[in-house]
Design a protein around this ligand. Sequence first.
Ligand code: SF4
Length: 358
Amino acid sequence: MDLSLFKVSIPSMGIMGAVFAGGLAIASSKLAVEVDPRIEEIEEALPGANCGACGEPGCSSFAEAVVNGNAEINGCPVGGSEVADEIAEIMGVESGDSVRKIARLLCKGGKEETFNRSEYRGIESCKAANIAGSGNKSCVYGCLGFGDCEEVCSFDAIKMNENGLPEVNDDKCTGCRNCVEECPKDLFILVEEDQEVFIHCSSQSEGKDVKEVCKTGCIGCGICAQKCPVDAITVEDNLADIDYEECINCGACVEACPMGTIDTIETEAEETDEEFEAKDQGAATDNTEKEENEANEVEDDCSIYITDACVGCGVCVDECPVDAISGENGEVHNIDSEVCIECENCVGACPTEAIETE
Ligand code: SF4
């Protein structure tokens, strides 16, 4: 073997390696991108959940976005005000107020309040059931109850209860939006935690159709809007909506709603972790069911009556959300006092002012 080859090639390789290493070192120092040390500091201050609730793919991107001015310093809902304060200190600014948001369900119609219009034998998933003809539930707007939201919740904040509806544990909910994105019926929204009154329905069906498919859906009667002392409620597409800029959380609408569709969030938020877990095991023994049933009761009689001034035009029949008025064309109409919910829609609609209240 000719050893002279090694004598030449090894030193040459060494020299070439040294030249390339030197070149890379120079290029590295010349082309180096400065990394703002605050990004790392902020990342360390964040909870590291990588949940995406801030709107960024993860904590690292959020930290970068804050430093680059593309995200608010109080944009991490999981960390809340404590983390916002830390980030503010790193950034040398005021933290401002960080309002925590929690998930709320736009449905209250579980197994007891609704029924199945057909038998579903497909995959046990809300998404799959929704593809198969919008699911088999009587109300096409309602929760399908297979618990895709529970599955996707990274914080164990959602449990399906015995009534087939998801319940949110306010203490555990971080407002990460996983349930919002997952629900095929778009039934979750995020609300600020100080909002205490909420309308648990998304149905846009007419009142009489709602009553046929759900015991607790919004029938768009507008009683809540009438009773609201600050005009914070409007009814559009047969569905009541609360303007939280105006709402004073007085609860007048909760009392007034004949369907029990409106709840106070405060009541739900008082539920302890233990009760929440107990519900998951089917062991809840509180009075919730009794209270709900009481709230759902529709009054048996009403204080509204039709006088002889009625010309039988039928305008009131069309206005009544619960089909409580009937009568022949041209003849004095009648109100079924057991069905009437006293929304007074007919009173305002009657062109001859023939409908009065006691
Ligand atoms: S809220 Fe939506 S995802 Fe959750 S169980 Fe109901 S339909 Fe399924």
